[in-house]
Design a protein around this ligand. Structure first.
Ligand SMILES: Cc1cc2nc3c(=O)[nH]c(=O)nc-3n(C[C@H](O)[C@H](O)[C@H](O)COP(=O)(O)OP(=O)(O)OC[C@H]3O[C@@H](n4cnc5c(N)ncnc54)[C@H](O)[C@@H]3O)c2cc1C
Length: 307
């Protein structure tokens, strides 16, 4: 892992830096590149614009590691309202949540109940409710919760991170559930014993995992989503999907708001099922630092705004 990436991921956990930078206007301008606004209404308006261009969305309110049950309940209420608004607006928008934002560390049982209520709300909208994957200390519990909820609800999906050495085994254990899986490379600082430190190993792991998911998708036994902006990888995955006879739109490509927009539109125009993950909310600091860490060149963008 590069020094710049390590430093940015280290900074992402600093409450002090978060407080110091949150209200700086030059940071706000730079953050706007990755989100349409802090309010849910901005995310909904973006979802409409994408829908008009034939692109779906996944909406997520920024925030993680809430410290009280009251905060977790307010997140749950927010998402239930969001699902109602999406339904009323008839938009092809899904929701993605972090379990620590639903109170995982405060009360595990309450967190799972909250998740179930959101999955039920998403089912009324006919959509999938996604569970983000956080750092590796949460992998086991996240997959446990996913397995239990998936045994009752088909419309729940979970994210897996290709950089984790454990992921091939996790994927095998999940495949009998005929799951919806969003495969990503992984965004957190992890020790080399846990995650591949070299990018080329992560990329190779991603392609191997994607192949396994596509084999299952060809038989209608998995709903893979490839969450990546790596267009070379996307090209290889599309070629492999065609080789294996995955039906059209039998897998999806999800990208983040503000990244590779031309490719988002091109993929959709070529008939692929594409969604853009739109983040909103005021708790953007840790999430934004992870975006900078993915591409440290983005730091120049922040500095340009400062000047
Ligand atoms: C839909 C979606 C959901 C995600 N959910 C999770 C999750 O739940 N848990 C998790 O750990 N991670 C998540 N991630 C983040 C993911 O783990 C990676 O950190 C991120 O996608 C960057 O990796 P990449 O696959 O785009 O490939 P890379 O090889 O890192 O990037 C490929 C190319 O994409 C462009 N690019 C990538 N990132 C940026 C950026 N920040 N700014 C500008 N250009 C960029 C660059 O041109 C780069 O060369 C998610 C990503 C996506 C797209």
């Amino acid at each position: 892992m590069s020094i710049a990436r390590s430093l940015l991921l280290y900074a992402s956990r600093s409450q002090r830096l978060a407080a110091a930078l949150r209200n700086r206007r030059f940071v706000g301008r730079a953050v706007n590149r990755f989100m349409p606004g802090e309010e849910f209404s901005a995310a909904l308006a973006a979802a409409r614009r994408f829908a008009d261009a034939g692109i779906g969305t996944v909406l997520t309110q920024l925030g993680e590691n809430v410290a009280t049950l009251a905060e977790a309940e307010s997140v749950q209420r927010h998402y239930l309202d969001a699902l109602r608004d999406i339904r009323q607006a008839a938009l092809p928008a899904q929701i993605s949540v972090k379990l620590t934002q639903l109170g995982l560390e405060v009360d595990r049982a309450a967190c799972e109940l909250a998740l179930r209520s959101l999955v039920a709300g998403a089912a009324e909208t006919g959509s999938t409710l996604w569970i983000d994957m956080e750092d590796s200390s949460y992998t086991d519990v996240t997959l446990d919760v996913f397995r239990r909820v998936r045994s009752e609800w088909p419309n729940v999906g979970v994210c897996l991170q290709a950089y984790l050495r454990r992921t091939p085994a996790d994927l095998e254990s999940l495949l009998p559930l005929e799951p919806a899986i969003r495969l990503v490379k992984g965004a957190y600082a992890e020790p080399p014993a846990v995650a591949f430190p070299r990018k080329r190993d992560v990329d190779a792991a991603y392609y191997a995992l994607a192949g396994r998911l596509l084999e299952r998708a060809a038989g209608g036994k998995a709903n893979p989503v490839f969450g990546t902006h790596d267009m070379r990888l996307v090209g290889r995955i599309r070629a492999r999907a065609a080789e294996l006879g995955v039906p059209p739109r039998g897998c999806e490509f999800h990208l983040l708001y503000g990244i590779r927009e031309r490719d988002q539109r091109a993929l959709a125009a070529e008939g692929e099922a594409v969604r853009v993950l739109v983040s909103y909310g005021s708790a953007w600091f840790a999430w934004y630092m992870r975006r900078l860490a993915e591409r440290p060149a983005n730091v120049w963008f922040v500095l340009k705004n400062l000047i």
